[in-house]
Design a protein around this ligand. Sequence first.
Ligand code: IPE
Ligand code: MG
Length: 230
Amino acid sequence: MDGNGRWAQNHSLGRIAGHRKGAESVRNIVEACRKIGISYLTLYAFSSENWSRPEREVRALMTLLERYLRSEVKVMLKNNIRLLAIGDTEALPEKVRAVLRDTIEKTAGNTAMTLILALNYGSHDEILGAVRKLIDEACQGKIRASDVTLERFAGYLSTRGIPDPDLLIRTSGEYRLSNFLLWQMAYTEFYFTDTLWPDFREEQLIEAISGYQKRERRFGLTSDQVQKRA
Ligand code: IPE
Ligand code: MG
């Protein structure tokens, strides 16, 4: 979700006002995904590198996150949405952790859609963590190198049980992954748009999905093979 700062600048506002507007897009997009029938939506809300931003901005982002969770739990319950979080959430302020835990618990039984917030998330850290766990278990003689299949490795990541993304949307004209779901996006389709996140709403989402639907996902096969299998 990129471009809150530039949106604010374009409107002669401070960066925090941009984040507030961005939170409105979050509400709009979650609702739109639920309506369309998207089963999993992952939002990169705060990266492990975002801590280096000015302290005031980090504090405002945490407050916004806390408020968002407090106000949205009702909506999630009403719309049968389950909340999950990936990333090192232990490092978040206690107030945020508490409401996050609470919302995850309250929505655990919901089945229509899973909303995953990436918070203090970084893909390198996630992969390293998995490797460390595997080495520990190997040293204890619990696992052998040949046991480490793709499926097993994926089970050591914070996304265990969550399917790999079909579509990645990056807003604001940036063409980077920024340490996001590197392992999980081996076959993900990428969509880049100049639209800034606060301006990204249902209409823009539908456009992205329509583009995605016109693509042929070959997973290494030839077009001919894919056609025959369909
Ligand atoms: C939102 O956009 C990203 C978050 C960390 C929430 P930015 O704050 O990165 O916006 P730009 O890149 O300055 O426009
Ligand atoms: Mg940015």
